[in-house]
Design a binder for this molecule. Structure first.
Ligand SMILES: [Zn+2]
Length: 417
């Protein structure tokens, strides 16, 4: 048992505040409860003056880009989004080897944990080092103490051998661990691969995780090659009826696709900062319903920053209240619990050293999440009832050594670009 002494606890659903000593049980189903006193000799985190609440989930991440920050730019400016993929991201992921994949997972995992995240839904790609890549990422995140739902990107973009290796990697991993079947995007996935991916997902009782209409080019290619829109193509396979299916982006959807998505059981992840960075358009929630989540799309591991970006972008498109933005941040917990995925129980918590000039109440907490709090306030993080960040330092892994190693891997990676 772990005890958080004198915490100001924020219930993530009701936003109710309660001050007292919290007892935190460990394990997947570990519960939390208030106790009148902390037992002598127990493991204690002093939380006086700290806001303690449920930690965060990244609903769409690419840990494989963790060593990309500051990398040299492409030789010429990309003409459009597909050109950006070819020149930047596919160049990067093809250069990754096993040591770099592990360094990415450790460095990206640490950054996320220090920003208050305890669960990562990742979309991985390393076409020339795919075998065993999911196990490498899973063990890195396990070492840090993070929950995860992984997949490897299936695609026809790198030919048959790499496609088959990614299918094999997915199948082997899903036999052992919870995960999803990853697909790059409709425009790099042929009909045969799509059918096999869906069969794999159905056979392993899971959903797919795919980029959808991130740029208009995805829709154009789908119309040309398949005579339909992207969401229609996916819906025709039946996989949108899986509540485990995750679509990322969903920027260029027409009214029929919005209706199709809304009446399905799939979820959609907004990645506002990435969309702005790639200049692919803005996210419009119109007609999509409530199964909308937030991700970082590999830009960073900071969900408070992602939530703020989504909130600010929404102001130019009809507005959004702070409470609605907060609810969007929290909807990933519903996605995970509805589907019975492990690793996001009540005993996943973040303690924030947050002392604003204005009062914090149940009614204005969403405003504090958006305008006051940021990742620099994250002091302690508890995952599965165990402390993984204490006083802003990792407890289970040697972060200085990991970052030093990552710098060495970064040097190797950038030389290949
Ligand atoms: Zn993505």
């Amino acid at each position: 048992m772990l005890y958080l002494r004198d915490a100001t606890f924020v219930d993530w659903k009701s936003l109710r505040l309660r001050r007292g000593h919290l007892e935190v049980a460990s394990g997947d189903a570990g519960k939390i409860r208030f106790v009148s006193r902390v037992p002598r000799g127990a493991e204690v985190l002093e939380c006086s003056g700290r806001l303690v609440t449920k930690s965060f989930v990244i609903a769409h991440h690419h840990l494989y880009s963790a060593l990309a920050c500051g990398m040299p730019g492409p030789k010429r400016a990309p003409k459009n989004f597909p050109d950006m993929l070819k020149q930047v991201w596919w160049n990067l992921d093809r250069a990754l080897d096993e040591d770099m994949v592990r360094a990415c997972a450790l460095a990206g995992g640490i950054a996320a944990a220090k920003a208050g995240t305890t669960f990562i839904i990742d979309h991985h790609s390393s076409p020339n080092a795919v075998r065993g890549s999911l196990d490498l990422i899973a063990s890195a995140l396990d070492e840090i103490g993070l929950g995860h739902l992984l997949c490897v990107e299936l695609s026809d973009r790198d030919g048959k051998a790499r496609r088959e290796a990614a299918l094999e990697e997915t199948d082997g991993y899903l036999r052992k661990r919870q995960g999803l079947v990853g697909l790059h995007a409709s425009f790099t996935v042929g009909d045969e691969l799509l059918d096999r991916a869906i069969a794999l997902a159905v056979g392993r009782d899971t959903g797919i995780h795919i980029h959808v209409a991130e740029a208009l080019d995805d829709q154009k290619a789908c119309a040309q090659q398949h005579g339909m829109r992207v969401v229609q193509r996916l819906a025709s396979t039946g996989i949108l009826e899986s509540p485990k299916t995750l679509l990322a982006h969903g920027l260029h959807l027409n009214a029929a696709e919005r209706t199709l998505f809304r009446s399905s059981r799939a979820w959609l992840v907004q990645n506002e900062e990435s969309n702005q960075n790639n200049a692919v358009g803005g996210f419009d929630p119109k007609g999509l319903g409530n199964r909308l989540l937030l991700g970082t799309d590999g830009m960073h591991g900071d969900m408070l920053a992602s939530t703020r970006a989504a909130y600010l972008a929404a102001q130019a498109r009809g507005g959004m209240s702070p409470l609605d933005a907060y609810r969007k941040l929290r909807r990933a917990h519903d996605y995970l619990s509805t589907n019975g995925f492990q690793g996001d129980g009540d005993n996943n918590l973040v303690a924030l050293d947050y002392a604003p000039a204005t009062p914090v109440t149940e009614r204005n907490l969403a405003g504090h999440f958006l305008f006051g709090m940021n990742s620099s306030h994250v002091e302690h993080v508890i995952s599965g009832g165990k402390i993984i960040v204490k006083n802003r330092r990792m407890t289970r892994v040697d972060e200085d050594k990991i970052l030093k190693d990552a710098a060495g891997q970064t040097e190797r990676l950038w030389r290949r670009l």
